[in-house]
Design a protein around this ligand. Structure first.
Ligand code: CAA
Length: 393
């Protein structure tokens, strides 16, 4: 029996605009079927200048409080997982601490490990509660990123932007995590990285796919050793840089259990596909990607899955990966209906490829503009202007 700790509520924030990938394919002279079927992508959310990781993260967290009934006063730990930092030293969690009105007796920090940063935050929050340090308080874990590859590159159709906020506490209503039973894998590789002088990610694309699969094999193998005896996983959510990667992952994992590719593809439709709806409408949101897949699964099937065991796989380039499991709460269905997880997508509108490219050019111009007055306060003066512009009322 595990201590009862896990995800009590979940909320999203997404940028206002998205690009239809059929239109991007046409603009790039590529067959749309490559993006739709070859990569399993449909749309990518694109961020305007006032939609940075801080505003997206703050909006997701504010929605979490509004919808879950929790209060900022309940929070004793706030971790922001991001690989789109706005400052080398000041963590995104400090901006959120101010914007959300979190208590002063609150540990705040940013966790960076490519797409693994959100999971690092979540598992640390779980351990913080299990250790007794929480003393009845809850943790807020926010995963927030803006994915950016060079225009016209192979990675371009796998962009996305958005934030997922998780409320982590004892007796969680959504997903009880199997505490202390994770399978882990790490290795020093150069598959995907964002050097300090680069806004866009650099990636060795096909190698990154192999690194992901190697890490899955390592983490899943480790998990089977520590936790494999429990009841079967009814569903599995994977880190989703693009939908096809989840299909490759599922085949790879089930091959380790002795299943054929055909059997894996048959189970994919039931066990994985429901988790891919939101990722296909938003794209890769890096740290939040696994939790967007989980949100998608809950949105589609929370009621049917009450009491069932779900696998979760997180991969961060560089690399570190973790495989773990959780159980869907006995009344998760009713809570998910009240959370209206996908409602933030209702207000989004299609942007043309020209509008998307103009936003990207605007970004580059913003990086070259002279430092604003008060620049001795580092990024904060510039960033807080952006922050206040982009917050939902
Ligand atoms: N119709 C249907 N399918 C088509 C097609 C067409 N007209 N043309 C090509 N395809 C298929 C290909 O057969 C291929 O399928 P398989 O993967 O099943 O073999 C698929 O479309 C992709 O084609 P390519 O391999 O030619 O793709 P590419 O060279 O353009 O690059 C990519 C693909 C490497 C994933 C690239 O998009 C990329 O670099 N993405 C960013 C990196 C990334 O997401 N890596 C994932 C693992 S790392 C990670 O997960 C961390 C993270 O979040 C970044």
């Amino acid at each position: 029996d595990f201590p009862r700790i896990g995800i009590d509520a979940i909320a999203l924030a997404v940028p206002r605009r998205f690009v239809e990938l059929t239109e991007l394919a046409e603009a790039r002279g590529i067959a749309p079927s490559k993006y739709l079927t070859g990569l399993g992508t449909r749309r990518m959310a694109i961020a305007a200048p006032d939609e940075d990781p801080i505003t997206l993260g703050a909006n997701a967290a504010r929605r979490l409080f509004q919808r879950s009934g929790a209060s900022p006063a309940d929070i004793g730990l706030c971790v922001v997982g991001t690989e789109t930092a706005v400052d080398h030293a000041k963590p995104a969690a400090s901006f959120l601490h101010g914007l959300l009105g979190l208590p002063s007796a609150c540990r705040v920090f940013e966790a960076k490990h490519a797409c693994f940063g959100g999971t690092a935050g979540l598992l640390n929050a779980v351990d913080w509660i299990a250790s007794g340090s929480a003393r009845g308080r809850a943790a807020l874990v926010v995963c927030s990123d803006v994915a950016r590859y060079a225009l016209g590159s192979a990675g371009e159709p796998t962009q996305g932007a958005g934030a997922v906020a998780l409320l982590v506490r004892e007796r969680p209503r959504l997903v009880e995590i199997e505490v202390g039973q994770t399978g882990t894998y790490a290795r020093d590789v150069y598959d995907f990285w964002r050097p300090l002088h680069h806004k866009e990610a650099l990636v060795d694309g096909h190698y990154s796919v192999q690194c992901y699969l190697d890490a899955l094999a390592g983490a899943y193998g480790d998990w089977r050793r520590v936790a494999g005896d429990g009841d079967p996983l009814a569903r599995t959510c994977y880190h989703v840089p693009y939908g096809k990667m989840a299909r490759k992952a599922h085949r790879h994992r089930l091959a380790m259990d002795g299943l054929t590719e055909q059997a894996a593809d048959e189970s994919f439709a039931v066990e994985v596909e429901p988790s891919l709806d939101l990722p296909s409408r938003i794209g890769n949101i890096y740290t939040g990607s696994l939790y967007l897949a989980l949100a998608s699964l809950l949105n589609a099937e929370a009621r049917a899955l009450e009491g069932q065991r779900v696998g979760l796989f997180s991969y961060g380039s560089g690399c570190c990966a973790e495989f773990f499991a959780g159980r869907i709460g006995p009344e998760a269905g009713a809570l998910v209906a009240a959370l209206e997880i996908d409602a933030p997508l209702d207000g989004c509108r299609r942007a043309s490829v020209a509008e998307y490219e103009a936003l990207r050019q605007g970004d580059e111009a913003a990086d070259r503009r002279p430092a604003p007055e008060g620049a001795e306060r580092g990024g904060a003066s510039l960033d807080s202007r952006v922050v206040y512009l982009g917050l939902d009322s």
